[in-house]
Write a protein that binds this ligand. Structure first.
Ligand code: VG1
Ligand code: CO
Length: 543
């Protein structure tokens, strides 16, 4: 087996976004594109010689090929060992767990998460650091700098490694350890939660359905929900990971998880419904006839986490991304917990979790997690919900309504305008930025602006800063509008408009979210001049 140095030239735009480098699959499949980026990961982390890394992915098209390339490149650059999930599969939270458990130097996850997969869709590469979390901006910055200068990379000429065969093989001087990607993760879940109580609830007739959306969580959910917790066979739907996710978007929101939504609105709806995304780090929670907004889910979990064994001694503090609703803040205030507001993206929770300042975190985009790993974790959220339901004996709807009665309701929705021309989306943000200072006191669609600013963040642990993280407009009466551009898309720009209003009136708890937010939505359109800039009047997704 020969090590070859291949000459290359830089590709433009290999800048990791909110969560890794995401591009069209065909972009990644161009000769040298993936190789350049991987070589730059090695350079960004100070080389890979003698190191042990974890490698996994969400099973999307090209993941198996990319895994072979990464193995040959790691072997050529002197890595000691790669721990890889069988079939190159491993969910993002399971990879985070494996990185921590085996005390490796980090890991690579091949995923574009909730983006669709296939030759004409998206692919992605994420690097996670030794704490199991997404690389912070300092590291991704070094990787990006390297992509601008790269002139050669190193790769081994060799046959494919058999990634279906469990056990350790050699590739050149490197060890490739193929592991069952599910077992360790399932064991971890069993240590965190009261499986006996959940099993008893299920055997007592509690029915659940979990939609894996043909993505990576299928095998995990089958093992945990059906095998270990006794849910009826078939409770996990779309459980077979497919390279194109069965043609769908593996994004657990009411638009893309429509099959689950239908099941949960049927007359004989199960007691609990959930879905997860491509790489298994997101969750959507439903009760019979009810979609639980992720921001509410975070607040409900923060209020009840102590009911699960892992959190019985308290959760110390909580953190939410800035656009996430302030529902969890009310819980924190009442329980005397520290509460942090961070920029979008899980990497910003890492330091707070490492320092033990917070134990629970969440994002409005259906990501919830804790200090058990350093990624958001879809099945973890499902299991914490089940643990809380088992411990309280309440149903989902009752639990949420009780929560609103105690803490008030933060009515919340996110509107996405997808595929907007980048220049137009940027112009909208730039223009609004210049008007922010003058907004206070003005009235739009009947709502008065109380304050407006642009969010920037200083990490309380290491003092690093992140500027321009979204425009915030606070309305009198507790409403809020946030605007930012997505950092995970691959075509044009996605404008995200986050809408929120607050009510403590019990008779408004049952109202339809979009209806209740009518004024705030109208104010957002007026303030940001969405139609004038983008030509759009309606969003593509209301989450
Ligand atoms: C989106 C979400 C963000 C999430 C990120 C990665 O980012 O808004 O909350 O952390 O995706 O999630 P953006 O920049 O498009 O708004 V995942 O499940 O892709 O790892
Ligand atoms: Co994801």
């Amino acid at each position: 087996m020969d090590i070859v140095d291949v000459e290359t030239t830089p590709f433009e735009g290999q800048k990791p976004g909110t969560s890794g480098l995401r591009k069209k699959t065909k972009t990644f499949m161009q000769p040298r594109y993936l190789e350049n980026f991987v070589e730059c990961i090695w350079r960004g982390i100070g080389g890979v010689e003698g190191k042990t890394l974890v490698l996994g992915g969400d099973g999307r098209y090209f993941g198996d090929r990319a895994a072979q390339v990464i193995l040959r490149m790691a072997a050529a650059s002197g890595a000691r060992r790669i721990i890889v999930g069988q079939g190159a599969l491993m969910s993002t939270p399971a990879a985070s767990n494996m990185i921590r458990k085996r005390q490796t130097h980090g890991g690579i996850i091949l995923s574009a998460s909730h983006n669709p997969g296939g030759p004409d869709e998206d692919f992605g590469v994420k690097f996670n650091t030794p704490n199991g979390g997404p690389a912070p901006e300092e590291v991704t910055g070094r990787i990006f700098e390297a992509t601008k200068e790269i002139r050669r990379y190193r790769i081994l000429e060799a046959q494919d490694v058999d990634l279906d065969r469990l056990g350790t093989q050699r590739l050149g001087d490197m060890e490739v350890e193929v592991i069952d990607p599910v077992a360790d993760y399932a064991d971890l879940m069993e240590r965190l939660f009261d499986f006996a109580a959940i099993r008893e609830m299920i055997s007592g007739g509690f029915r659940l359905t979990f939609d894996a959306m043909h993505a990576v969580t299928g095998p995990y959910a089958r093992e945990i929900l059906e095998n270990r917790l006794g849910a009826a066979p078939g409770s996990v739907r779309n459980a077979e990971p497919k390279p194109d996710f069965g043609g769908g978007h593996p994004d657990p929101n009411p638009i893309w998880a429509e099959e689950l939504v239908r099941a949960m609105h049927a007359e004989d709806a199960p007691d609990f419904g959930a879905a997860s995304d491509g790489d298994g780090d997101r969750n959507m929670i439903m009760g019979p006839g009810m979609y639980v907004a992720p921001s509410d889910s975070l607040a409900v979990l923060a209020a009840n986490a102590e009911l699960a064994p892992a959190y019985a001694d308290g959760i110390r503090g909580v953190a939410r991304s800035m656009p996430t609703s302030r529902a969890v803040d009310h819980v924190a205030r009442k329980k005397g917990l520290e509460c942090f507001e961070t920029p979008t993206g899980w990497k910003f929770f890492g330091n707070l979790l490492d320092e033990g300042r917070v134990r629970l975190c969440g994002e409005e985009s259906a990501g919830t997690g804790s200090d058990h790993v350093r990624e958001k974790d879809g099945l973890w959220a499902v299991l914490l919900w089940l643990n809380v339901l088992a411990a309280t004996g309440k149903g989902v709807v009752e639990l949420v309504h009780d929560h609103w009665r105690e803490y008030g309701r933060d009515i919340y929705s996110r509107h996405d305008f997808e595929g907007v021309e980048s220049e137009k989306a940027e112009a909208l943000i730039d223009e609004l930025r210049t008007r922010l200072d003058g907004l206070a006191g003005q009235s739009f669609a009947g709502r008065v602006v109380e304050a407006a600013d642009e969010f920037s963040y200083t990490d309380p642990v290491d003092g690093s800063t992140a500027a321009q993280q979204g425009l915030r407009i606070y309305l009198e009466g507790g409403g809020r509008i946030v605007l930012r551009l997505s950092g995970t898309g691959t075509t044009g720009a996605t404008l995200r408009v986050y809408l929120e209003d607050r009510t403590e009136e019990q008779d408004r708890f049952g109202v339809d979210t979009q209806e209740a937010l009518g004024e705030v939505i109208a104010a957002a359109h007026e303030i940001a001049r969405i139609e004038a800039h983008t030509g759009r009047t309606e969003p593509d997704v209301r989450a």
